[in-house]
Design a protein around this ligand. Structure first.
Ligand code: MSP
Length: 495
């Protein structure tokens, strides 16, 4: 079965920050989960390199736009590597394959395109046209300055898609998530759609419009087409890929993805994506992150200070995916100490070090009493619990389910007291340890998409390196287990 997931492609006018890392890691978690669950996954990310904003930043930096893009795009590639993205494709919109794809896409829209002239406000920072009635104190709703624009432009007949879009949302209730955002989009469309200016003629850093000298595409038409490029458009028929594709986007760009994009695709005769999930925003210590305030969280710094898996975990444990969150190092430290070192790290260490202390030979015994049966069943059931949550992009819900199993397992250790059974009933002890190892293995599978390096360590400790979920059904054979080392610093073995 095919499945694909995308991140937004990032504007390269500034350095990557925690917000970019967040969207990227979210898509990565979903991609990794689906791969482990047997899907044929395509995961793409990349950089959005055209438009006024990028051209001006290049000018400010005193560089040719392409040179500037090469330099800045590399920083996003480095960020992708630093946060351990398992992407299959990294798209740059200045690549020849993309320019070809965007132009082929434009041609498919032509029946809905006409030439006219545009006059109105534009926010370069948002790369968005702002209606006079939406101005707030003379600025865009985002607070960005606006400028007056008057030029010849091609328009897309978006107004003709109002009813079709509403019908599509109605028939596909899961198309936009979370639900609150879906409702916002529906009211926006119901309030009336105007035709959209999709080319610029007084500006040249963009994809040239086919057969229209002097016009470049509006950067959002170019940017959205990146998803098609990544699937091999125009050489390949990409409808099936699109139909199985989930776009992860920030809430501020939902309108482009949930209104313009499906309208363009309907016009082009290509299937709309399966789902668009809009996530919330991170603030820092209660304030919007901004270069001028100097509170932009740098993912490279956080990784250096706290570790990669620790950061990946924190971002999805702390806040429900879809809601806004506040980034504070204090909460990150607490999560690492309590959830990771105490709950997870200590569980793995206390059980496996115990086996090690007894000579490292692990002898399975599936002759379970009710207590082992319950733990074993709940461990095996973890995947059934998390699969539907991943399909709803409820990443926080998945971690909650894993941590419920971890707490249950820690309680099981305390109740069963294996250190006492070792003196009184070794057969029973083996049953208890078998159930415990099964729980540890399920937990390792559960955390693998979130914390791939940590999961690999656990798999190594129990001789169960990188298998698929299907293989989780296999039982342990008797074996000698290697010596575990602490998963997280600060952890103490207390068994
Ligand atoms: N280039 C467009 C997207 C085109 S997609 C076809 C764009 N780029 S962006 O660099 O400005 O931001 C992209 C995404 O980065 C946001 O939609 C969001 O996913 C993420 N974030 C950027 N800042 C963020 C926070 N402060 N918090 C959380 N995520 C945010 O828009």
């Amino acid at each position: 079965m095919k499945f694909s997931v995308t991140t937004p492609i990032y504007y390269i006018n500034g350095d990557p920050h925690i917000g970019h890392a967040y969207a990227s890691v979210a898509a990565d978690i979903i991609a990794r989960f689906k791969r482990l669950d047997g899907f044929n996954v395509h995961f793409c990310t990349g950089t959005d390199e055209h438009g006024v904003k990028v051209a001006r930043s290049a000018e400010k930096a005193g560089l040719e736009p392409q040179k500037f893009c090469d330099l800045m795009s590399q920083k996003f590639r480095d960020m992708s590597a630093a946060v351990n993205l398992s992407y299959d494709d990294f798209i740059r919109t200045t690549e020849a394959r993309h320019i070809k794809s965007a132009q082929a896409f434009w041609k498919l829209l032509e029946k809905d395109v006409y030439k006219s002239s545009y006059s109105g406000w534009y926010s370069a920072r948002d790369e968005e046209y702002i209606a006079e009635s939406d101005l707030v104190d003379g600025k865009a709703p985002s607070g960005a300055p606006v400028e007056w624009m008057e030029e010849e432009s091609y328009f897309f007949r978006l107004s003709a898609y109002q009813d079709k879009l509403l019908e599509y949302y109605e028939k596909n209730p899961d198309f936009i998530a979370p639900v609150s955002r879906r409702n916002e989009v529906i009211s926006f469309v119901k309030s009336g759609l105007k035709d959209l200016s999709i080319s610029r003629s007084k500006f040249s850093w963009g994809v040239p419009v086919p057969n229209a000298d002097g016009h470049v595409m509006y950067v959002w038409v170019d940017a959205l087409a990146n998803y098609l490029t990544s699937f091999g458009f125009p050489e390949k028929d990409v409808s099936e890929d699109m139909a199985n594709c989930v776009h992860i986007v920030g809430k501020e760009i939902l309108r482009f993805h949930a209104v313009y994009w499906p309208a363009f695709l309907m016009s082009a005769g290509i299937s709309p994506p399966k789902r668009i999930f809009a996530h919330g925003w991170w603030t820092c210590d209660g304030q919007k992150m901004s270069k001028s305030v100097g509170n932009v969280v740098d993912p490279f710094e956080i990784i250096k200070k706290y570790g990669l898996d620790q950061m990946r975990f924190f971002l999805f444990r702390e806040v429900r995916f879809g809601e806004d969150g506040d980034f504070s190092e204090e909460s990150l430290k607490n999560r690492v100490l309590y959830d990771l070192a105490n709950d997870l790290g200590n569980l793995v260490q206390r059980v496996l070090a115990f086996i090690q202390k007894r000579d490292g030979n692990f002898t399975t015994n599936y002759d379970f009493s009710d207590a082992e049966k319950a733990l074993f069943a709940n461990s095996r059931n973890l995947l059934n619990k998390t699969r539907p949550l991943i399909d709803k992009q409820d990443l926080n819900g998945v971690l909650n389910a894993i941590w419920e199993l971890i707490s249950e397992t820690n309680k099981f250790v305390n109740d069963m007291k294996p250190w006492e059974l070792a003196k009184t009933d070794v057969t029973r002890l083996n049953a208890v340890l078998t159930a415990l190892c099964e729980s540890i293995r399920s937990v390792a599978f559960g955390i693998a998409p979130f914390m791939p390096d940590t999961a690999r360590k656990v798999f190594d400790f129990i001789n169960a390196e990188g298998k698929s979920f299907a293989e989780i059904e296999e039982n342990f054979a008797d074996q000698k287990l290697p010596t575990p080392t602490p998963l997280f610093p600060k952890e103490k073995a207390v068994l």
